[in-house]
Design a protein around this ligand. Sequence first.
Ligand code: HPA
Length: 250
Amino acid sequence: MLAIIGGSGLTKLSTLAVAHRRVVRTPYGEPSSALVFGELAGCGVVFVARHGHGHTIPPHRVNYRANLWALKDAGASAVVAVASVGGIRGHAPGSLALPDQLLDYTSGRAHTYFDGGDHRVVHVDFTRPYTPELRDECAAAARAAGIDLQDRGVYAAVNGPRLETAAEIDRLERDGATMVGMTGMPEAGLARELELPYAAIAVIVNHAAGRGDSAGAISMEGLYRTLEQGMTHARALLECAAPRIAKRYP
Ligand code: HPA
């Protein structure tokens, strides 16, 4: 079953035919929202709203461990996360991208299931943080449906919740990042620890600080407008991708 993690602008998946909701607990606490089970393009899907149904949980307070654990426990075989980002280089606001690499600048987040104590010491391979085959299915779905999707990108995960300085964005660019967001980690790493195939659909909602029309400041009004447009494309992509993903990850 495909699991979808909805980010800002996607707290509800209006294209999902809802069958039922389930409030769950995990050994790591409560996930961000009740799990919503239903059908998308005829395929079974479980959905969680990363920031809660009312968008009340900021990125650094999301219980990433509970979210991923709950999805796996509910029978997820693959996870597609939707996340809004700022474009640093080569990504225009309003467009979609499928990052293939990431840089982790987050700190102070519960970022592993292998936390010592009575757990085993485990080091998972993370060379390719986004599952290539799952990314391929998303990219193929976008091509088939004529949805504009850039199939590469380097995601820089930052703590937030404040946005970056222009100098911080310069540094991220020097490090090789092409986009910046606040929720990509530890989410991707935890999915890997649970051996859940994971891909992210990045919705570029603004030029990053100091870039393009954000040269002087990032306009929140513009950001929210672009977010709404971008999420419409993301929803369409999820609908086209669901049958392909269901076939590959039954
Ligand atoms: N920076 C960090 N996270 C973001 C941005 C940004 O510019 N836009 C959307 N999420």
